[in-house]
Design a protein around this ligand. Structure first.
Ligand SMILES: [Zn+2]
Length: 254
């Protein structure tokens, strides 16, 4: 159990007195907590959740996305909040899927997988937010994140980038969203390290982020069009409902 007198797991300098640090930005998970009749139902997001979903057992509702006390200091929490606010204002709140989908039939969505480019978002802030999510997933002791195994050198690198201790390094990332609004309560929060712990998958409701520290693997070649690496703007790959559902089944088996 972490204590408020422990050191912050990002800066290693201040006391980790911050409570309720969300591992992934809270706003990204909000819709999956509320059912279509507007009742706040929510779902647990542990592996227990997946087992229960598979067995058809009732799931105990959660009222918030995963959060932990005493892992960060208030200053580092504030640092993360700034990254989150930028993403919320420049992407989450303003993305207009219907206009993006003009002339994009379901067939196109399945076969060509369109990519949208967000020119409003600062590319480095966007990347740092993705790094910060992986970093938080790597330091938390919450059971939802036990499958994240981030090698120390990569962890230290993104830590120093977030703290502006070293110059920004652009690791390849992939951001994927469903083209249409999904059945949110079927979505989940899930994180896993793949490919000898070189690639890390973060699923947050209707966002999937992948960070790749390795060389191009054959698995990631399938989604090469979605790769964001050494570019000017943030990119998002769009998946059709069918492909989104297939992916969810692949990752979760449900
Ligand atoms: Zn700190």
């Amino acid at each position: 159990m972490r204590k408020p007198t422990d050191l912050c797991l990002l800066c290693n300098t201040n006391l980790a007195s911050q409570t309720n640090s969300h591992i992934f930005p809270r706003f990204m998970g909000v819709t999956m907590l509320t059912s279509s009749n507007n009742k706040r139902e929510g779902y647990t997001t542990t592996t227990d959740f997946i087992d229960k979903l598979k067995s058809g057992n009732k799931i105990k509702p959660e009222q918030d996305t995963p959060k932990e006390d005493f892992i960060l200091c208030p200053s580092c929490e504030n640092n993360f909040e700034k990254l989150e606010t930028h993403f919320a204002n420049k992407h989450y709140k303003v993305i207009d899927k219907p206009s993006l989908l003009n002339n994009k039939t379901d067939e196109v969505l399945i076969n060509k997988m369109p990519v949208i480019v967000n020119k409003k978002m600062d590319y480095i802030i966007y990347k740092k937010l993705i790094y910060s999510m992986l970093y938080r997933a790597s330091i938390t002791s919450l059971p939802q994140f036990t499958n994240i195994h981030l090698p120390e050198n990569n962890k230290n690198s993104i830590r120093q980038i977030i703290l502006n201790e070293i110059e920004f390094i652009d690791y390849p990332t992939y951001s994927i969203i469903p083209a249409r609004d999904t059945e949110y309560t079927k979505n989940c929060i899930y994180a896993n390290s793949e490919l000898d712990n070189k690639a890390h998958l973060l699923c947050v409701n209707d966002y999937i982020f992948i960070i790749d520290f390795g060389s191009q693997s054959y698995l990631l070649k399938n989604i090469a069009r979605f790769k964001n690496h050494k570019e000017q703007y943030a990119k998002f790959g769009l998946l059709s409902d069918k492909v989104w559902d297939d992916w969810r089944k692949t990752f979760l088996g449900v």
